[in-house]
Design a protein around this ligand. Structure first.
Ligand code: PEP
Ligand code: MG
Length: 588
C-alpha cells in the first residue's frame, strides 16, 4: 500500500530509490558497496566476525564465577542462539549478496528489520529481547571493525562506489547529526528523509549543500518506512511517498528528467557575470563546509567564498581538536583552490545544533543542554577557550600568505565581545611576528545574527571591515523559534515583517557607513528572496554553490531601480510575501 508522509522541503528535486534505514546511533557505521568479485570475501568477513563473537561469548560462559547468578548464563545462551539464528546471519549475508552492502551496513540493515519485528510483538517478554539482538549486533560490529578489512573499510567510507544496475538509495533516519550528514557528502545516497529537524537546522543546511533532495521533520517517516521500501522524495513539496503506485512513479520519473534538463540549462550561466538589467554588479559567493568544497565553489561560478563554516573541522574527533598546523593546512589548501578569489573563513561556531561530538539535536535536547541555541556557542565558546581561539586565529592568519583571506566572527552580540575578539586577533598577529611566521593583513567582518547587533550597527560597524548577515540565526532569535525544532517550524518565518525590517535596516546602515554588507544565511540562496534583497540594496550574496545559478538567473532579470521603488510597499505590508510576489512580478 502506498503511503504519503509530509515534512519540510529542505532540498529541492525528486529522488526515487530504495530506503536504507539507519539508527541515529549507528550513523558512523561504514556504508559502501562491495564489488562483485569481493562478495565472497565480505561474506567471509561476516562469518569470521560471528565465529569470533561466539568464541567471546563461550569464553565468558567458561570463565563465569561459580556464584554468578544463573540468569547470566542463560542470557549468554540466548545471545549465542541469536548469533546462529538464520534471521540474523543468513539474512545479513543476503544483504551483502543481493545489494552489495558491506558487512557492517548489511548487519545494521538487518538489525533495523529485526527491531521492527520485535517492536510489533504483542508479548512484552519477547519485545524486550530486542535489547539482546542489539547487544549481539554491537559485538559483531566491533569484531568487524577489528578485522583488518574492517579498518580499510572505515578509512574508505567516504569513497563510495555504486555498482552496475543498482537502484539509488534513500537514507531514512530519525535524526542525523550535522557532522554525520557531512560524512555522507560523497556517499551512495541519493536523498535523505529525517523525522526531526527544521528547515535551517544544520543537518538541513548540509543536505542542501549536497544538492540532493531531502525532507526533514517528517515526524513518523522512520517508523512508517521499512528497510528496502521503494521511496519517492518530492523535495519541492516536502512529501515522501512510500511504495508509490506505477502511475505516480511514472509522473515523478518525468519530473526528475525535467529538473535534470533545467539544471543543465542553468549550469550554462556559470561563467556569466551577475549584473542586473540596470548594470548593477552583484557578487554571488559560496558557503562551504570543508576545504575541498572550495573547488566546487569556483566550478559553480562563485566569485569567492563568503562563508567557510570551519566548525565541521572540529567535530567528531573524540575531544582532540585540530592542531594549528592541521587547520593551517586545511585553510591553505582551500585558499589556494580559490586562485586569487576571496575566502571568508568564519571562526569556529560550535554549540547549539552543532555539538563537537556526534550528538543529534534530539539527544542534546534530552540530555543536559538546557537551551543550546542560547548557550555557549560560536564566539562565546571561542572567547572562553582562548588557547583554542588563538590557535585558530594563527592558522587563519598564516593562510593569508597564500591568497585573499577574510576573517568572519560569528554570533557577536556585545561590544565587549568585539573588543576581546579584536584583542585576540592582535595577539595572534604579535605571536606570529615574534615567531617570524609570514602573514599579511586580513579584513575582519562581523556576523549580524542577533537582533541586538542588527539594532546597534552604528556601534558595531566601525570596528569591522565588513558585515555579513546570518539570517538563519537572525530569524531564530528575532522570532524566538528554534531553527532545529520541527514542532515550531511553521512559525519560522523569513518573511516576518520584523525580520525583513532588521535585514533592510542592517543593509542600509552598513552601506551608509561605507561597509560592504553581505547575506550568508539560507535566504541568500533562495531565489524567492533575490528581488527583495536587491531592493534593500544588497549587492553581495553568499549561498551553497548549487544555488548560485538559479539566483543569478533572477539577478540577470532584475532592474534594481524598479525593485527599489516597491520596497517600502513590501516592508509595510502585513503580508510581505504576497506583496513582494505582486509588486515585483508587476515590475518585471
Ligand atoms: C546564519 O545564521 O544565517 C549563518 C549563516 O550561520 P549558521 O547557519 O552556520 O548558523
Ligand atoms: Mg549563524
Amino acid at each position: 500500500m502506498s503511503i504519503q508522509v509530509f515534512g519540510l522541503a529542505v532540498s529541492k528535486g525528486v529522488a526515487i530509490g530504495r530506503a536504507v534505514l539507519i539508527a541515529s546511533s549507528r550513523m558512523d557505521v561504514a556504508h559502501y558497496f562491495v564489488e562483485e568479485a569481493q562478495l565472497d570475501l565480505e561474506v567471509d568477513r561476516l562469518r569470521r566476525a560471528r565465529d569470533e563473537v561466539a568464541g567471546e561469548l563461550q569464553a565468558l560462559q567458561r570463565d563465569m564465577p561459580s556464584d554468578a547468578p544463573g540468569e547470566l548464563n542463560a542470557l549468554l545462551d540466548v545471545h549465542l542462539m541469536l548469533l546462529h539464528d538464520e534471521t540474523m546471519i543468513a539474512a545479513t549475508k543476503q544483504w551483502v549478496r543481493d545489494r552489495h552492502y558491506n558487512a557492517e551496513w548489511a548487519l545494521s540493515a538487518q538489525l533495523e528489520v529485526l527491531s521492527r519485528q520485535f517492536d510489533e510483538m504483542e508479548d512484552e517478554y519477547l519485545r524486550e529481547r530486542k535489547a539482546d539482538i542489539e547487544q549481539v549486533v554491537e559485538r559483531l560490529l566491533r569484531a568487524l571493525q577489528r578485522s583488518a578489512a574492517g579498518q580499510t573499510a572505515a578509512a574508505d567510507r567516504t569513497v563510495q562506489h555504486g555498482f552496475g544496475g543498482e537502484e539509488p538509495l534513500i537514507l531514512v533516519a530519525n535524526d542525523i547529526a550535522p557532522a554525520d550528514m557531512l560524512q555522507f557528502k560523497r556517499s551512495v545516497f541519493a536523498g535523505f528523509v529525517t523525522d526531526v529537524g527544521g528547515k535551517t537546522s544544520h543537518t538541513a543546511i548540509v543536505a542542501r549543500s549536497m544538492d540532493i533532495p531531502a525532507v526533514v521533520g517528517a515526524r513518523e517517516a522512520s517508523r512508517l518506512i521499512r528497510q528496502d521500501d521503494q521511496v519517492v522524495i518530492d523535495g519541492d513539496a516536502g512529501v515522501v511517498i512510500i511504495n508509490p503506485p506505477p502511475i505516480v512513479l511514472e509522473e515523478y520519473r518525468f519530473r526528475q528528467r525535467q529538473s535534470e534538463l533545467e539544471r543543465a540549462r542553468l549550469h550554462r550561466l556559470r561563467n556569466t557575470p551577475a549584473v542586473t538589467l540596470d548594470g548593477q554588479r552583484v557578487e554571488l559567493q559560496a558557503n562551504i563546509e570543508m576545504p575541498r568544497d572550495a573547488q566546487v565553489a569556483t566550478q559553480a561560478g562563485a566569485v569567492g567564498v563568503g562563508l567557510f563554516r570551519t566548525e565541521f573541522l572540529f567535530m567528531n574527533r573524540d575531544g582532540h581538536l585540530p592542531s594549528e598546523d592541521e587547520q593551517f593546512e586545511c585553510y591553505r589548501s582551500a585558499v589556494q583552490d580559490m586562485q586569487g578569489l576571496p575566502m571568508t573563513i568564519r571562526t569556529v561556531d560550535v554549540g547549539a545544533d552543532k555539538p563537537l561530538d556526534r550528538m543529534s539535536i534530539h539527544e542534546l535536547r534530552h540530555e543536559h543542554v538546557l537551551n543550546p541555541a542560547l548557550g555557549l556557542r560560536a564566539i562565546r565558546w571561542s572567547l572562553s577557550e582562548p588557547d583554542m581561539f588563538l590557535q585558530q586565529l594563527r592558522a587563519i592568519l598564516r593562510a593569508t600568505a597564500y591568497g585573499k583571506v577574510r576573517i568572519l566572527v560569528p554570533m557577536v552580540g556585545h561590544l565587549n565581545e568585539v573588543r576581546q575578539t579584536l584583542a585576540q586577533i592582535a595577539l595572534a598577529k604579535r605571536q606570529l611576528n615574534d615567531a617570524g611566521i609570514p602573514f599579511t593583513d586580513a579584513e575582519v567582518g562581523v556576523m549580524v545574527e542577533i537582533p541586538a547587533t542588527a539594532i546597534m550597527i552604528p556601534l558595531f560597524a566601525p570596528h569591522f571591515d565588513f558585515l555579513s548577515i546570518g539570517t538563519n540565526d537572525l530569524i531564530q532569535y528575532t522570532l524566538a523559534i528554534d531553527r532545529a525544532d520541527e514542532q515550531v517550524a511553521h512559525l519560522y518565518d523569513p518573511w516576518h515583517p520584523a525580520v525583513l525590517q532588521l535585514v533592510a535596516a542592517t543593509i542600509d546602515c552598513g552601506r551608509r557607513l561605507g561597509k560592504s554588507v553581505s547575506v550568508c544565511g539560507e535566504m541568500a540562496g533562495d531565489p524567492v528572496f533575490t528581488e527583495v534583497l536587491l531592493a534593500m540594496g544588497l549587492r553581495s550574496f553568499s549561498m551553497h554553490p548549487s544555488r548560485i545559478a538559479e539566483v543569478k538567473q533572477r539577478v540577470l532579470r532584475s532592474d534594481t531601480r524598479h525593485l527599489e521603488q516597491h520596497l517600502q510597499a513590501v516592508l509595510s505590508d502585513e503580508h510581505p510575501e504576497q506583496a513582494a510576489a505582486r509588486v515585483f512580478r508587476a515590475a518585471r
